[in-house]
Design a protein. Sequence first.
Lengths: 239, 282
Amino acid sequence: MSLLEVSLQGTAGVLPIDVAFRAQAAPLVLVGPNGAGKTQTLMMILGATRPSHGRVTLDGTPLFNAGGRLDLPVEQRRIGFLPQRYALFPHLDVLANVGYGIAAPSREERRRLAREMLRELDAEALAPRRPSELSGGETQRVALARALASRPRALLLDEPLAAFDISLRRDMRRFLAERLRAWSLPTVVVTHDRADAEALDGDVVVLEGGAIVQRGRLAELAAHPATAFVKRLVSGADP
Amino acid sequence: MSAAPPAARRRAFLAIAWPGAIGLLSGLLLLLAALPIAGLLFSAPPRQLLAGLSDPLVLPALRLTVFTTTVSLLVILACGTPLAWVIARRTIQVGQVGRVGQASRTWRVLETLVELPVVLPPAVAGVALLLAFGRRGLLGPGLAAAGIGLPFTRAAVVVAQTFVAAPFYLQAAIAAFRRLDPDLILVARTLGASPPRLLFTVAIPISWPSLAGGAAMSWARALGEFGATLMFAGNMSGRTQTLPLAIYTALASDLRTAQSLSILLVAVAFALLVAIRAGARR
């Protein structure tokens, strides 16, 4: 059973952070108002910033341990990351984007594996295209393919739908929820959209001012909202 | 019948005076830019100019200039790219606990330092180079002990050109690396990219047009380098006499040769620029 355990405390940047949660096969949904420290938490898990205390453990292997002075660099943590706008490499075609993180003995082998991954996401036809020629949904598929092709042991997604038109979001959301469930990797998805939390159907962790104010299933949050933000979130209003 | 109200009169005056003033002032500067170029190109018949190119000064100076500026540019690219990358990374990375704020300040000071030669007058650069590498300079005794005399050699030409031209490339490269989307860099790292792979497969390819532009500026600056070269490397035909120095020498005896050389220098600079622009666009 794969498991991502996170416990982080300390300042990195402006906001003092104090969070602890575990993510298993079902996606963990991290919500909170702007400036609550959601992205900062992801940065700490990835190793892009370093908190003063805490630990990050993946499948029992420590990646970060402030006490033990262990701090694996980003490139050795094997955590896939999808930023808000997906950040496809603009100078590479889709196939090369997907192949970027594949450790293969030869160029041919890498391209074959990348093509395979694209096929798995029903996106093989996109292989020769440039990122600038992709629609929102296609960009999402390619970014997912790129992240998965590197065989990560966990996935972090930062507001994966926020940058796209509402008209696109429904399909992209369904696709994302479906695939994340199928891959059953420990996954953390940052969002502030109730519909995302609903579709992803995982535990919800609410972050405000750098600290966790409530956690549980969406229905539990709806029954006893702990803060005004949670109340707005579960009511479906734009929080 | 009363006269037009003052506001209307003022508007009528401005409608004539303002375009006139703009035309006059910008025309003066345009004239100053165009006349010398016209003088350079059209003040002598082409036959005379071609004859000027057969002066014995010309060929060695051309050869030396192409050689030294190429070496200078290679040095600038090889050393300047990693330096620009480090400076750009160190001065935008925020958030890490502890001494990073301090480190970032140190790198900013360093950035100012490496860009200083841009505002340094060439004569000052020449004196400074002599005081660093000259016989009585900082490194002079050490270099002498090793049997190396740098000033007034071909290597000194390269050192002078590199010193004055490097900042132009550095400025462009630092700015370009700083503009890179931080998400691209982070994603590349999560995909397992080592620091060198990050530089060579993400940072440089994406910044390529800006890097090429900076390289062109550096090359142009090295090509025209005069003051520092004269003071630090001297003006010896075939050894340290680059095209700008040859122009200076020719001017003393024959204005037409100086003119031919000047046109040649402009042509070389122009050709390099066009080549680099074309390369960057690919």
